[in-house]
Every structure is written in structure tokens, then in C-alpha cells.
Design a protein around this ligand. Structure first.
Ligand code: ATP
Ligand code: MG
Length: 217
């Protein structure tokens, strides 16, 4: 099987404390999965490890069949893996919405004109064109989530890691997000406590327990 993510006996630790050990997981190129589990069990820590904000603490982690063992291994994947932070305030890189959304394209060598056009289309797609000139830190919680999501989706990553993507979104926006994610033909890992939402998007649901991930649906 061709996989975007392959985890074998992965251990997650914080400050020397083991959160979860023996994590085995395969996510194929177009597979969408969800990970659920109680507060503090290590779901965000796992996503941070997948995106390279933390290094694996035992076991092995491969992304697109490349072993990730040190920070340098993650570098070529910077725009291949898209990560939506649980806390949107951690996501922003520019103070103005349209600049923040365009950021990933511009640092990736896309021309200013093309980045502007794609940003306009992305904001329209998410129904947030009216926020383009606003200061990100002055937005509501749901608006911040949508702007952060726009900045992640715009680079069309091959692997999407979404931490609590529906937090703060109203019912209409949640439905729009379901449609958008269903329309994306890439690997997606969603961490969420929102059962109805994940059941509308993913192919499989895993529960995080101290001894690893268990597939429950
Ligand atoms: N920056 C940090 N420094 C030290 N410990 C942390 C830090 N961030 C999280 N932790 C601890 O690590 C554990 C796992 O946290 P994590 O954020 O991965 O849980 P989670 O499963 O995502 O929880 P939630 O459902 O509440 O988002 C928790 O006990 C938490 O207190
Ligand atoms: Mg979390």
C-alpha cells in the first residue's frame, strides 16, 4: 500500500511522561481518518509530531515512505503537510488576513499576482471575502478558524492535519467544511470531539488510548 503516514510502535512523551505508546497507523494517499480521545490524551502532541514540531520519542514515523528522525528530515515536506493548529492564534504569520492566507504561496515562490488571485478565490470559497483587509487578531474565534483554514488549504497539501477544525464554526460553516473536505482527494487526519462532523468526512475513526490507537469505526 502507498502511504502518506506510517507509524510503528511510536511513543508520545511530554516532559518525560509517557502519554501513549505502541502507536501503529497507516494512512494511504487518499484516505481520511479521525482520531478521538479524552482531553489531554495526546492527540495534539501526535499531530505536532507528524508535522515536525516535536520529534518522535521512540518507534518510527515515515511520511511518504521517508523516515523522520531529525528536524532536517521534515524540511522537504514543509508545504506537503498542512497543519491546522487547535489554537488559531498560533497559526498566523501576517497581521492582515489576505497577507496571512497568501503567505504559504509567496514563500513557496508563487508570483504576487497569482497569490493574490488564489487568495481571493480561497476567501470566496470559504465565504470570508469580507474579512480580507481585517487584522487577524481582531477576528472572532470562528472567523480566525476560517482564515487559518484558508491559509492551510491554499497550498493544496498532500497531507492535511486538522486539529479541532470545527471549533467555533456555526452550523452553516460546519456543513461547508464537510463539503470542502469531502471534495479533497488527499490524505486527511482530523482530530475532533465532534462525532457527527467526523462521521460525515472520514473513512475510519481511531481512539487514542495509553497503549496506542484502536480503530473503532
Ligand atoms: N507545551 C506543553 N508543555 C508541557 N506539557 C504540555 C504542553 N502541551 C500539552 N501538554 C500536556 O501534554 C498532554 C497532552 O496534551 P495534548 O494537547 O496532546 O492533548 P489532547 O489530546 O490534544 O487534548 P485536548 O482534547 O484537550 O485538545 C496534556 O497532559 C498536557 O497538559
Ligand atoms: Mg488537542
Amino acid at each position: 500500500m502507498s502511504c502518506s503516514v506510517t507509524l510503528r510502535a511510536l511513543t508520545l512523551r511530554r516532559d518525560g511522561v509517557c502519554l501513549c505508546e505502541g502507536i501503529n497507523l497507516d494512512v494511504s494517499h487518499k484516505e481520511k481518518i479521525a482520531i478521538i480521545g479524552p482531553n489531554g490524551c495526546g492527540k495534539t502532541t501526535l499531530l505536532e509530531t507528524l508535522v515536525g514540531l516535536r520529534l518522535p520519542q521512540g518507534g518510527t514515523l515515515e511520511l511518504f515512505h521517508q523516515p523522520m528522525t531529525c528536524e532536517k528530515d521534515y524540511e522537504p515536506l514543509r508545504f506537503v503537510v498542512g497543519y491546522l493548529f487547535q489554537d488559531s492564534d498560533n497559526q498566523f504569520l501576517s497581521p492582515i488576513v489576505e497577507d496571512d492566507v497568501a503567505f504559504g504561496l509567496l514563500v513557496n515562490g508563487v508570483s504576487v499576482e497569482e497569490a493574490r488571485l488564489k487568495t481571493r478565490m480561497m476567501l470566496e470559497d470559504l465565504g470570508i471575502s469580507h474579512l480580507a483587509k481585517k487584522v487577524v487578531y481582531h477576528l472572532s474565534g470562528g472567523e480566525k478558524k476560517l482564515v487559518a483554514l484558508a491559509g492551510v488549504l491554499i497550498t493544496e497539501p498532500k497531507l492535511l492535519l486538522l486539529d479541532e477544525p470545527t471549533n467555533g464554526l456555526d452550523a452553516l460553516m460546519q456543513q461547508r467544511l464537510v463539503e470542502i473536505l469531502r471534495g479533497i482527494d488527499k490524505s486527511i487526519i482530523i482530530v475532533s470531539h465532534h462525532q457527527e462532523f467526523i462521521d460525515s468526512v472520514v473513512d475510519g475513526v481511531y481512539e487514542m488510548r495509553p497503549k496506542g490507537l484502536t480503530r473503532i469505526r
